[in-house]
Design a protein around this ligand. Structure first.
Ligand SMILES: [Zn+2]
Length: 310
């Protein structure tokens, strides 16, 4: 009997002491929210496909508004009529990202495994020769992909691959190899000729989505994609492009980024090593990482440990 009472008393004592004084237990489950570089809650990616000659005008406009683009190029098309030349790629896209779009722009779902490998590896190799850095991103030609294609591109050094399935959200992509962008530029306006009512509806949706992005206080990543040839020689569409560039430019709350930089940043955030109580964090990456914990913003330097004092 005495033993039972003693055991029970000890149990109560230890249980009470443990639950009251051990912060590791009470603090488990504190959420850590990622922030973009410089503690910003928003990031913008602008990505354009195909490397057509209108990219020259587009890049000039982007540079004017200090916007950063990601350009998905087909190396075997460069030099053809209405395409960029190989000799201008490095200089034109300085400060922007050059990325894979396959060597010849085929429907990848019609190809054998070895031909898919060729299309991706050959494009990577030639673009890397032109820009002189590792090319690690991709957009699927025609947005065309399936499980076989996704499995095949793994191991070819491709770290993200953008689809054309617009999400109309600002979510962080869960699967970088099936990256769903926020939306096509101008939404689906001008998809069919001579449908002014549809164009107006789609343009309204496009600008409404941009305004929501600008106003939100939540963590938000917006990825707008398109082709410079869609503007072509139509001045009204270039005016439309400049209009949305102007809306998004020079905003201190937005981090402007190459798509691959966002991938590297998210990977580095996901690789932070937190202690159980979330008060100590080690950053194994080469990037300064920002996060929010219990409403406060913290940054942890590359290769350093941060101790958060209470
Ligand atoms: Zn394309």
């Amino acid at each position: 009997m005495k033993t039972t009472i003693l055991t029970f008393t000890l149990f109560i004592f230890f249980y009470t002491a443990h639950s009251q004084t051990n912060p590791e237990i009470t603090k488990i489950g504190i959420p850590i929210e990622m922030l973009f570089p410089e503690g910003k809650s928003k990031a913008l990616i602008l990505s354009y496909d195909d490397g057509r000659s209108e990219d020259r005008r587009l890049v000039k406009l982007m540079n004017q508004y200090k916007l950063i683009g990601t350009f998905h190029l087909n190396s075997n098309k460069l030099g053809l009529p209405n395409y960029l030349n190989k000799t201008e790629i490095k200089e034109l896209f300085t400060g922007h990202e050059v990325s894979v779009h396959s060597a010849n722009h085929p429907f990848l779902n019609t190809l054998s495994k070895i031909d898919i490998v060729y299309e991706i590896a050959e494009d990577r190799k030639e673009l890397e020769r032109l820009v002189n850095y590792p090319v690690r991103g991709m957009a699927y030609p025609f947005g065309n992909y399936n499980d076989f294609i996704v499995e095949t591109i793994k191991g070819l050094g491709i770290e993200y691959a953008r689809t054309v399935y617009d999400s109309y959200t600002f979510n962080i992509p869960e699967n970088f190899l099936q990256w769903r962008p926020t939306m096509h530029q101008f939404s689906k306006a001008y998809y069919e000729p001579n449908k002014p009512e549809n164009d107006k509806k789609e343009l309204d949706l496009f600008y409404q989505t941009i305004n929501t992005f600008i106003q939100t206080k939540d963590l938000a990543l917006m990825d707008i994609w398109g082709h410079s040839y869609e503007m072509g020689s139509d001045e009204s569409k270039w005016i439309e492009t400049e209009k949305f560039f102007k809306m998004l430019a020079n905003n201190p709350n937005i981090h402007y980024a190459k798509q691959i930089d966002i991938v590297d940043y998210i990977n580095a955030f996901n690789n932070l090593k937190f202690s159980v109580d979330k008060n100590k964090v080690f950053n194994t990456s080469s990037l300064t990482i920002y996060f929010k914990k219990e409403g406060k913003t913290y940054s942890v330097l590359p290769g350093k440990m941060l101790i958060i004092s209470n």
